[in-house]
Design a protein around this ligand. Structure first.
Ligand SMILES: [Fe+2]
Length: 306
């Protein structure tokens, strides 16, 4: 069994500006830095870091971590996943769209330095209140040429539960909302309109309240962070969202809301083409970039780039 997602490694061609965004605007802690990478965390992350930010020629997601419940689960999954390889205790493999995953069990728990020691014994780090002060990495949304193949791989091989999906009238599956936990989504696949392969749609970071999402939008404006979608609520999975672009070009979401799934026999909620045509349930229209742009961007994405 696999417990949860994270950490993830995000690539940026503008490392200094991106680091300033995650530290000053999202309010994450820089836990350490090594080589071309910075290791960042939200105040609620139990592991030492949830985001590795690494300098690279183009933006995108280098890999997504998955933590197995125990060593035995890790080894059993590795046997069931063809084409991967072991490195530093992690099993590296790719999904059908070419996104890299790294499955591991052993991890480093966060030990807060004196100035970040929490008062609560059940909280890994003090709440700092800097910037949007995101709590933790929440979910990853990947673009995929073949959503069905990726969804089947995630469910059949990795043990994800399929909570929601989109199937068009012609039978094409264009979205799948998946989870290893009761949270309504941890991993999402949506169709890559560019059919590029291996791209990222967005990383999402959690805040506890809608008010913090609204405040994050104010902070984005003051910091010159381009807002792609102002705070509103998705129909699918009911996530409350704010979408913007970090300086490296990756789409970042500040999120809250959603719901929990407790029913062990829960069947996937499949949305039809007609239902999707309604758009966002509060009537807010998503802009074209939301349906096309991903990282790394394609040449066609240039005109949509933030
Ligand atoms: Fe999201």
């Amino acid at each position: 069994m696999i417990a949860h997602l994270g950490p993830v490694e995000l690539l940026t061609p503008k490392p200094e500006a991106s680091l300033a965004f995650f530290h000053d605007v999202l309010g994450m802690e820089i836990e350490s830095q090594a080589g071309q990478s910075a290791f960042l965390r939200g105040w609620g992350d139990y592991q030492r870091y949830s985001l590795i930010l690494t300098e690279a020629p183009a933006p995108g997601l280098a890999w997504m971590g998955l933590r197995a419940w125990d060593q035995e689960s890790l080894e059993r999954h590795a046997l069931a996943i063809p084409g991967g390889r072991w490195e530093d205790g992690m099993y590296r493999f790719a999904d059908p769209d070419g996104h890299e995953f790294r499955l591991y069990h052993e991890t480093e728990r966060y030990v807060a330095p004196e100035h970040l020691k929490p008062s609560w014994r059940n909280q890994p780090q003090r709440y700092t209140g800097r910037g949007a002060c995101v709590k933790r990495l929440d979910h990853v949304n990947l673009l995929a040429c073949d959503v069905r193949a990726c969804r089947e791989f995630a469910c059949d091989v990795l043990g994800y539960r399929h909570y929601e999906g989109i199937v068009l009238d012609d039978g094409r599956e264009t979205g799948a909302w998946l989870s290893l936990t009761t949270a309504a989504h941890e991993l999402i696949y949506v169709h890559d309109a560019r059919e590029a392969g291996g791209r990222l749609h967005h990383l999402a970071f959690w805040v506890d309240t809608r008010e913090e999402c609204l405040r994050a939008a104010d902070l984005f404006v003051d910091a010159g962070v381009p807002i792609e979608a102002a705070p509103s609520k998705h129909g699918v999975a009911q996530g409350f969202f704010l979408y913007g672009f970090e300086p490296g070009g990756n789409r970042i979401e500040v999120t809250t809301g959603g719901y929990m799934v407790y029913d062990p026999e829960q069947q996937p909620v499949i949305w039809s083409e007609a239902e999707r045509a309604r758009g966002q349930f509060w009537g807010v229209r998503t802009v074209p970039s939301f349906h096309y742009y991903g990282t790394p961007p394609t040449p066609e994405d240039a005109e949509l780039a933030p």
